[in-house]
Each structure stands twice: as structure tokens, then as C-alpha cells.
Ligand binder design. Structure first.
Ligand SMILES: NC(=O)c1ccc[n+]([C@@H]2O[C@H](COP(=O)([O-])OP(=O)(O)OC[C@H]3O[C@@H](n4cnc5c(N)ncnc54)[C@H](O)[C@@H]3O)[C@@H](O)[C@H]2O)c1
Length: 467
């Protein structure tokens, strides 16, 4: 009896101690956040991690970005504009304040109070979720984890991944989430190149599986962005991101299907979408194009359907939209062949085609999952001879799915060069392209983005086809 009482008292004592220490970690970090003295580290300084780190330092927090890529770290510390749509001096200004620096030394994570993981979550070769970057980053954080820190995963993952993948790794050393350290998920909603909504203007969803972590996440992100939106769990926050992107995936597939159907009826889909968008409720415009690209829209729905299958459910509508989007570049290549034959009787085999834009969307230097590269590849398989022009890529970068294209050079956009092609295929509507020059010299323009009409550039009769 005495033994049982003794064990009970010791257990209760431990619990009281745990609750007290957890509460003191909570109030200490809360105090550091409110005085903007909490030291923040982002793991990953890419399209998401770098703008985030800069925004946090601009909000007054001492911030360091940790990245494995030493060359990128050196560029950032030299103040070079590594992301083209940034204001020229944004990085330099952040460095000048003394509140921001980049490092490739992961041991510095031990100094941080708050660690935000912003590493890639691509697809594997088999096109399943590839969580290896997240696992490695979590292992790195775990190696330097100390009591009182807060860790937030920002990479896009399947619902449940923070709790099932990241948490066990962080707890391997004996510290426990919600008691010794705080853990949560906040999806990144960055839209690269969007000057209307930067990191600071986009509300942040924050989710965690215990009350203290939830409150600290909400407190911290309220200092950084216009609004923090708390949700009840990390899985809910993970799901929000996937729902947003799956919504886009399905609507892009829908509008591309509309384009083909309306085209056959002789109706201009862009005019239809523009007119439909005047409805003040119940409709949101999506625009046709050569397919989807980037690190988000083609990838998130895969994470969602993979997890749905894993738990015995399914997402057939999303899967159909994905396959519609994935085959869009093939359909574009097919249309190029048809239009070449119709306009001048040119066979696609041996035809010279200039691909205008290889980035997955306008005004960014990012070719991940770019539909332009898939269309280029397909045209070459059909026997076309393709070149490209892209002001953001003087040289074609290395990509996993198009390794054999790496090293090709962007052609100069002169009237003489353009006139030498049987067709110009517009795949990306970058702003910094001389569209009047193309209009004046191309034999045939196949425009997947409606950029000529959008920019009011007149093309001589019969030479512009919107595909
Ligand atoms: N790019 C977007 O538009 C966008 C938008 C919203 C969400 N996301 C999501 O945000 C996440 C990050 O995407 P991104 O576009 O910033 O990727 P990115 O490839 O541009 O950058 C990732 C960076 O992480 C670094 N890195 C990888 N592993 C590391 C490690 N263990 N330690 C330190 N650094 C490491 C890489 O060197 C790279 O610089 C992904 O999950 C993505 O789906 C991206």
C-alpha cells in the first residue's frame, strides 16, 4: 500500500513538474514572441523559405535561414537577388539591419527559438509523395532540438504527416511535443511573382495537436502576416492546403475541357470566362493554358489522393482532373501538328518550332513540372525541330524529367530568327517579351495563353491561332 502511494505521489509529482515546465516554456516563448526577441530559423531558403525568412526579419525578429546549398547561401549573404521578382535590394536591406543572415551550418539551429521547415515535397519517380526532404530536415532539427523550442512544418504534406512522420523523429531524443517543445503545421500559400499578395498579405492557417502549440503558432504568425487562422489540428491545417490546390487542379482541368469544347463550337473561351467573371458570386475565373506546372498545383492533389487511398477512401474526380492536366501538353503538341498542316501544309516531322517560354508560369525562373517542357519533348518525339526563347533562362536548366534538354540555349528574339520558324508556340506569357516583334515576323503563332489579345498586340490576319 505504501509502495503504491509512493509511486502515485512520484508520478503525480512528475506530472506536476512536466505541467509546470511546459507552462514555463510556453510563457517564456510567448514573452519572446511578443517582444520580437524570439530567434527564428527557416530550414530551406527556396521560393518559400526565403520570402518567409525576409518577411519575419522585416517584422522585427532576428532571423537566420539555413540551407544545404552553400552557393545559394553565399549569393544571399552577398545580397544578390536570387529570386527575380524581388525588389532589387530586398535581401541587401534585410542584411543591413543585422537581423537576417543565411547559413549552411545546421548546428546553428540549436540557437533558434522557432524553427520553420520549408523544404521541397516533390513527387517520386513513381509519382507518389516524396517525403525524403522533410524526413532529412526533421532529422537535422531533431539533432539540435532543445526544450522550449517551437518547430513548424510549412512544406505541403498529406494530412497526418506532421503527427505521423515529423513528430516521431523529433521525439526520438526523449523530448515530447506539447510538453518539452511545441510542434505544429502552417501551410505555405506563397504565390511566386504575385505583386498583389506577398507573404505578409496572405492569411496563415495554423494547426497543432495541443493547446499550447496552437496558441504559440497563432501568436507568432499574427506578428508576421495580416491574419493567423487557427484550426484544431495539424492534420486539418495540412488538409486546408491540399483542398485549396485540388480546387485549382479541378477547375483548371474544367476550363481546359471547356476550351476544347467551345473551340469546336467556334466560341472563344477567354471571352466566355471574362464575361462569366462579372458574376459577383458563385463563379471564380480560371484560364486555359498548356497544362499545369510548378511545385504546388500538380503535386498537392497527389498527396491528397495518395493519403485517401491509404485510409481506404478515394478522390476519383481529382484523379480525373490530374490526368486531364497531365495530358494537356500532349494535346497541345497534337494541335500544333494539326495547325501546321492546316496553315501552309507543313508536316510536323521536320517543322521548325520556337517555344516561347519554358517557365511554368509567367515572370518566374522556375521550370518545375513546366508543361512547356513536356510539350517541347512531345513535339520533338513527333519529329519537330524545336528551339526556345525565355528571358529567365538563357540556358535550359537541369530537370529530372527532361535531363536531355539541359544546356540548350535560349535563342535571341530577332525578327529574322522568328521568321525562320514554321510556328511560334506561346507556352508562357512572360511580360518581358517583345510580342509586337513576334507578331510582325512569325509565320504562324499558336497562343496557349491568349497573351496577344491580352496585350492588344495585333497579328496579321490568319497568323494567330489560340489553342
Ligand atoms: N514554390 C511555390 O510556389 C510554393 C507555394 C506554396 C507551397 N510550396 C511548398 O513549399 C515547400 C518548399 O517549396 P519551395 O518552392 O520553396 O522549394 P525550393 O526547391 O525552391 O527550396 C527548397 C530549399 O530547401 C533546401 N533544402 C532541402 N533540404 C534541406 C535540408 N535538409 N536542410 C536545409 N535546406 C534544405 C534546398 O537546398 C532549397 O534551397 C514545398 O513543400 C512546396 O510544395 C511551394
Amino acid at each position: 500500500m505504501i509502495l503504491i502511494l509512493y509511486e502515485w505521489m512520484c508520478g503525480a509529482g512528475d506530472r506536476v513538474f512536466e505541467m509546470t515546465s511546459s507552462f514555463s516554456f510556453f510563457s517564456e516563448l510567448g514573452e519572446r514572441i511578443s517582444t520580437r526577441t524570439a530567434r527564428v530559423s527557416t530550414v530551406g531558403l527556396g521560393y518559400v523559405g526565403l520570402p518567409l525568412a525576409l518577411t519575419i526579419s522585416e517584422a522585427g525578429f532576428p532571423t537566420q535561414g539555413v540551407d544545404l546549398n552553400s552557393a545559394r547561401v553565399a549569393d544571399i549573404n552577398a545580397g544578390r537577388r536570387v529570386i527575380s521578382y524581388f525588389p532589387e535590394d530586398r535581401i541587401a536591406r534585410a542584411l543591413d539591419t543585422g537581423r537576417f543572415a543565411a547559413t549552411d551550418d545546421a548546428t546553428r539551429l540549436a540557437d533558434a527559438d522557432i524553427i520553420l521547415i520549408c523544404v521541397p515535397t516533390p513527387l517520386s519517380v513513381a509519382r507518389d509523395p516524396d517525403m525524403t526532404y522533410v524526413v532529412r530536415a526533421a532529422e537535422t532539427v531533431a539533432a539540435h532540438l532543445r526544450p522550449g523550442q517551437m518547430v513548424v512544418l510549412e512544406s505541403t504534406v498529406w494530412p497526418g504527416a506532421t503527427a505521423r512522420v515529423v513528430r516521431p523523429i523529433l521525439e526520438r531524443g526523449g523530448l515530447r511535443a506539447g510538453a518539452d517543445f511545441f510542434l505544429g503545421f502552417s501551410p505555405e500559400r506563397e504565390d511566386p511573382g504575385n505583386h498583389r499578395f506577398g507573404t505578409r498579405d496572405i492569411p496563415k492557417i495554423v494547426g497543432a495537436d495541443d493547446k499550447h502549440s496552437r496558441e504559440l503558432l497563432a501568436q507568432f504568425y499574427s506578428c508576421i502576416v495580416t491574419e493567423a487562422v487557427p484550426v484544431s489540428s495539424s492534420a486539418t491545417a495540412e488538409a486546408v492546403k491540399l483542398v485549396e490546390n485540388s480546387f485549382r487542379t479541378v477547375n483548371i482541368a474544367l476550363v481546359n475541357e471547356m476550351k476544347d469544347a467551345l473551340d469546336a463550337m467556334g466560341v472563344d473561351v477567354w471571352e466566355v470566362v471574362r464575361a462569366a467573371a462579372t458574376k459577383p458570386f458563385g463563379y471564380m475565373p480560371f484560364y486555359p493554358g498548356p497544362g499545369i506546372g510548378g511545385d504546388c498545383i500538380p503535386v498537392s492533389p497527389v498527396y491528397l489522393s495518395w493519403r485517401a487511398r491509404d485510409v481506404g477512401s478515394g478522390t476519383p474526380l481529382i484523379d480525373l482532373a490530374r490526368s486531364t492536366n497531365e495530358t494537356a501538353p500532349d494535346r497541345i503538341a497534337g494541335r500544333v501538328a494539326v495547325e501546321l498542316a492546316k496553315h501552309g501544309g507543313v508536316a510536323v516531322k521536320g517543322a521548325r518550332v520556337l517555344i516561347l517560354g519554358i517557365a511554368y508560369k509567367k515572370n518566374v525562373e522556375d521550370t518545375r513540372e513546366s508543361p512547356a517542357l513536356y510539350a517541347l519533348n512531345r513535339l520533338e518525339e513527333m519529329g519537330a525541330i524545336c528551339d526556345y526563347h525565355d528571358p529567365y533562362f538563357p540556358v535550359m536548366p537541369q530537370t529530372r524529367d527532361h535531363a536531355m534538354l539541359a544546356g540548350r540555349r535560349s535563342v535571341m528574339l530577332t525578327a529574322q530568327a522568328v521568321a525562320g520558324y514554321d510556328a511560334v508556340l506561346v507556352t508562357t506569357d512572360h511580360t518581358d517579351v517583345d510580342y509586337p516583334l513576334v507578331a510582325g515576323s512569325a509565320r504562324l503563332i499558336l497562343d496557349t495563353r491568349n497573351v496577344f489579345q491580352a496585350q492588344s498586340v495585333t497579328v496579321p490576319d490568319g497568323r494567330l491561332i489560340k489553342i
